[in-house]
Design a protein around this ligand. Structure first.
Ligand code: TYD
Ligand code: MG
Length: 465
């Protein structure tokens, strides 16, 4: 017999309790609890779809497991394949997350074009696209505009996940796309679509299907205002791969960032531009990132390394006296706490007084930086703004700043310098501790200034040559 149970679930983090709470003890958010009822299915209950528990449990040694040659499917969208570590892994569950309107549906639709061309056992792959948010007609219109109309792409706007399973039984797809996880529901969970329990249960069902039938599954998830995936972070640990589609939807550039990957590294970035004919890959984005007038005070350039790729960014800083009791600190594209840390080091080690100054920092171009190699460029941009002295635009500044004001080692310095040289940079300020790679660095042909302390770097950076 199915027993109906009631519980209160935090819609932000998924914390569960038996009664209402005003504030969530897990994520400290107020008013996030919603009552959800679930049907607790006992073993004897036959209402559970039998196809969810099929498939025998096998045991074998690791040597006996054979690797299929076709374990990865390439989408032929180079930027996406690189972020995935070489393509979609067969039978894996991938979550594509991003703000509404960023272009997730467009990306998956464009992906299906090459996926439907891949042959497995002399048959082309079949894709089932569950377009729960739009009608098949709307998807068809968009697909037509994008020039994506493969024969073996099946569309359904079924929102009940149990019915989707029936359709999977009929069509037997190799690829399944669920757009989006917030708009499908599972009949055994009483709460509405998009609630934590529904999202969790639907993902669970999809995961079992993906693993048992070897169906590569892409789940699309909208991000909430707080920046969490689907409100709950609960999805992240359930799936194999999590990819974030980031960027400002009012601007053209979009970034694909892998934040979890059971089958590859997570450091790669993919860059796209949204155009009338869909998403266009940007293979070398560095020219576009360095467009602005760079010889104004408050601008510094840095080479960062994300996976196999080097990006050149311009960091801008604006420091001015404040009209507020608490001076403002605004960071766009950089981690807020890291900016505060660099400001603290500047105050203590360089003797700046920033307690009456507002500080605004920004990464031009809209691609946020997460690796710490930008610290030094940030510090120099801030000083350049305060002193009103420009930094030579042909200087690239690389280095992490420690709490003692020391300049710390960064990885892949050689690759960063090579890319900077290709783009016409003539001088580089880099950590002295990178000296062990010095022989190789010399080959890059850039004038190298090695620094050990923040104060040395400031002298080098603000020099007029
Ligand atoms: P969409 O893929 O529907 O976003 P999501 O699924 O993440 O909510 O794309 C939304 C935006 O992209 C929409 O505002 C229109 C724009 N767009 C283009 O500019 N060009 C195109 O070719 C397409 C298909 C969409
Ligand atoms: Mg969509």
């Amino acid at each position: 017999m199915a027993k109906v149970k009631s519980k209160w679930v935090c819609q932000n983090c998924g914390y569960e309790t038996v009664s209402y709470l005003g504030r969530c003890p897990e994520c400290n958010q107020f008013g996030t609890f919603i009552e959800e009822t679930t049907t607790n299915i006992t073993k004897a209950d036959s209402s559970r779809p039998s196809n969810l528990i099929e498939g025998e449990v096998k045991i074998s040694t690791i040597k006996d497991i054979e690797l299929d040659e076709k374990t990865r499917f390439k989408s032929n969208i180079e930027e996406l394949d690189r972020v995935l570590g070489g393509g979609f892994v067969q039978g894996s569950l991938l979550l594509l997350a991003g703000d509404p309107g960023i272009g997730k549906s467009t990306l998956v639709l464009q992906t299906t074009k090459s996926i439907c061309e891949i042959e497995l056992n002399q048959k082309k792959l079949k894709v089932l696209y569950v377009c729960a948010e739009e009608s098949p007609l709307q998807v068809k219109l968009r697909a037509k505009r994008l020039g994506v109309e493969p024969d073996n792409l099946y569309l359904t706007n079924q929102t009940c996940i149990d019915e989707v399973i029936n359709q999977i039984d009929k069509i037997k797809p190799d690829f399944l796309i669920v757009d989006s996880i917030q708009s499908v529901f599972c009949a055994s969970v009483a709460s509405g679509s998009g609630s934590v329990s529904q999202i969790r249960e639907c993902t669970n069902v999809l995961m079992r299907i993906a693993k048992q039938r070897n169906i590569t599954t892409i789940i699309i998830g909208h991000v909430t205002k707080e920046g969490n995936i689907a409100g709950p972070k609960v999805l992240e640990h359930m799936v194999d791969t999590v990819i974030n589609f980031e960027g400002d939807k009012y601007k053209q550039y979009r970034i694909l960032r892998c934040i979890k990957n059971r089958f590859g590294t997570i450091s790669e970035l993919g860059v796209f531009r949204m155009e009338d004919e869909g998403l266009v890959e940007i293979i070398s984005p560095n020219q576009m990132l360095l467009e602005g007038p760079a010889d104004a005070p408050g601008s510094a350039r840095v080479a960062t390394c994300e996976g196999s790729r080097v990006f050149l960014h311009e960091i801008q800083a604006l420091v001015g006296s404040t009209n507020y009791t608490n001076p403002r600190r605004v960071a766009v594209g950089l981690e807020y706490n890291r900016v505060l840390q660099v400001l603290a080091v500047l105050e203590k080690k360089v003797g700046l007084n920033l307690s009456k100054q507002d500080v605004y920092v920004n990464v031009v171009g809209g691609i946020g930086i997460i690796e710490p190699g930008y610290d030094l460029a940030l510090a120099l941009a801030i000083i350049s703004s305060i002193r009103d002295i420009p930094i030579n635009p042909n200087t690239v500044i690389i280095g992490e700043i420690g709490l003692l004001g020391e300049i710390r080692y960064v990885n892949n310095i050689e690759r960063r310098l090579k890319e900077a040289q290709k783009l016409g940079f003539q001088k580089a300020i880099i950590p002295k501790v990178n000296e062990r790679t010095y022989e190789k660095i010399k080959e890059t042909g850039i004038l190298i200034k090695q620094v050990t302390k923040l104060t040395d770097a400031i002298i080098q950076g603000l020099k007029q040559n």
